[in-house]
Design a protein around this ligand. Structure first.
Ligand SMILES: [Zn+2]
Ligand SMILES: [Zn+2]
Length: 140
């Protein structure tokens, strides 16, 4: 059996690292106000791996939990040294671990397939036409 590709995501200082096996189950760009503020950028690119795909987590993380608009909770896991958010666990994606796509720093990383929360998208941002586009969040 072919061994699935392994990729490592890490924070800016390299203290917090996550290794995942295989391609993400879900990969999206989120234009919600929470992603804008947590990332400091107009949108967040997030990859979701099923928990068994997460083969290793090293380093320490601090967490920040907050409520999103539908009442669900989301928990961010960020590096206490450099502050970069590496992982997130939104309630809506139970059983999956979200990892910031940028933490892989890999231009060859598989392309997202959808954009969500386009309602609050910065007007100059244009996502590719062949993606699936949603005004809000995907139905749970
Ligand atoms: Zn760090
Ligand atoms: Zn978001």
């Amino acid at each position: 059996m072919k061994t699935p590709i392994q990729r490592e995501a890490r924070c800016l200082c390299g203290q917090l690292r996550v290794t995942v096996a295989g391609d993400p189950a879900v990969s999206l760009v989120c234009n919600c106000k929470n992603c804008q503020r947590r990332s400091g950028t107009p949108f967040g690119a997030i990859t979701y791996f099923s928990d068994p795909q997460v083969v290793d987590i090293s380093g320490t993380s601090h967490t920040y939990q907050f409520e999103v608009s539908n009442g669900n909770q989301n928990t961010l896991y960020f590096c206490p040294s450099c502050g970069a958010t590496v992982m997130m666990k939104p309630q809506i994606f139970a059983g999956m671990t979200g990892i910031g796509m940028g933490c892989f720093s890999d231009p060859e990383f598989p392309e997202p397939t959808m954009s969500v929360w386009n309602r609050s998208k910065y007007r100059w941002v244009q996502h590719p036409d062949h993606w699936h586009h949603m005004a809000q969040q995907s139905p749970s």
